[in-house]
Write a new protein. Structure first.
Length: 279
């Protein structure tokens, strides 16, 4: 490997590993557990994506390209560490309910403010009808519990009030939902980058980053509020449009893709990280 490429890879890995290591250390996950998972992942990816001419790779080839011994490869292939969780995407159902509440004319007043709605009622609008319309089949109770935990809604006297039109898992007491969200969001971003830097791909996916330096600290709240407002507006529009395409598609029974969407996030450096990066 050329020195320049090796150096670039080292810097890239440190940039990826630093925030990940910070999270793992906070969760008290030791290095040896991460190392074992990385071994399994290397073998799993090599086995699924690095065959030749469409054929499954041999254990010898997996050993060569991963740098692991055949014994280690064989051991990893006998286990399955990744289990797809049925509730892994439940945060998306909650987000769609919030988007419907903000965008659907039945659930906002003449000034565009979201209505306080009853949990259930013989007349619309009500929370049950909102969930049935936008959640994709989730139960009213599960969506309500998720939104209460996230601090997005509150319930009083049989009515539900929207507190914030976005969904964060900051109040998840056991971190499970936050970790699911972390895994999926990071996966989607890296899949997009992988697609865009793959020389065999000719159709790059949309990926942009806005970067500025030396903003006065006194203006950070203004900047973040602006980004949040504009990003939420775009997220709502994209979600509504994609849902419209899905609902009114004429291709019944046609082949579908597993998932698609748009990821948005606000980032901000701090002095400690800047000092470390400049050492």
């Amino acid at each position: 490997m050329k020195n320049r490429l090796k150096k670039a890879i080292i810097q890239m890995l440190i940039q990826i590993f630093r925030p990940l290591a910070k999270i793992l250390l906070r969760l008290k996950v030791p290095f040896n557990e991460v190392s074992d998972i990385l071994k399994w992942t290397y073998v799993d990816v090599a086995n699924k994506h690095f065959g030749i001419n469409g054929k499954q790779p041999t254990k010898s080839r997996i050993s060569v390209i991963t740098g692991l011994s055949r014994t280690q490869v064989d051991l990893q292939m006998k286990s399955n560490l990744f289990e797809s969780q049925p509730d892994q995407y439940k945060w998306n159902r909650a987000v769609r309910v919030l988007t419907g509440w903000v965008e659907d004319r039945d659930y906002v007043d003449q000034y565009g403010k979201t209505k306080i709605i009853p949990l259930e009622s013989d007349q619309n609008p009500n929370f049950k009808s909102l969930v049935e319309k936008y959640s994709g089949g989730a139960t009213v109770r599960s969506i309500l519990d998720d939104l209460i935990i996230a601090g997005s809604v509150k319930v009083s006297d049989g009515h539900v009030e929207l507190l914030k039109p976005y969904y964060l898992t900051v109040n998840d007491p056991d971190d499970i939902q936050k970790l699911n969200f972390l895994g999926l969001s990071t996966q989607y971003l890296l899949e997009t980058i992988d697609h865009n830097i793959d020389p065999d791909q000719s159709d790059p996916r949309f990926q942009r980053i806005v970067f500025h330096e030396h903003l006065p600290k006194s203006l950070i709240n203004i900047a973040e509020s602006f980004v949040r407002e504009k990003s939420q507006q775009l997220a709502n529009e994209v979600d509504e449009y994609l849902e419209h395409l899905i609902q009114y598609a004429d291709d019944d029974g046609a082949e579908t893709i597993p998932y698609l969407g748009l990821g948005l996030y606000f980032y901000q450096g701090n002095k400690n990280e800047e000092t470390i990066n400049n050492k």
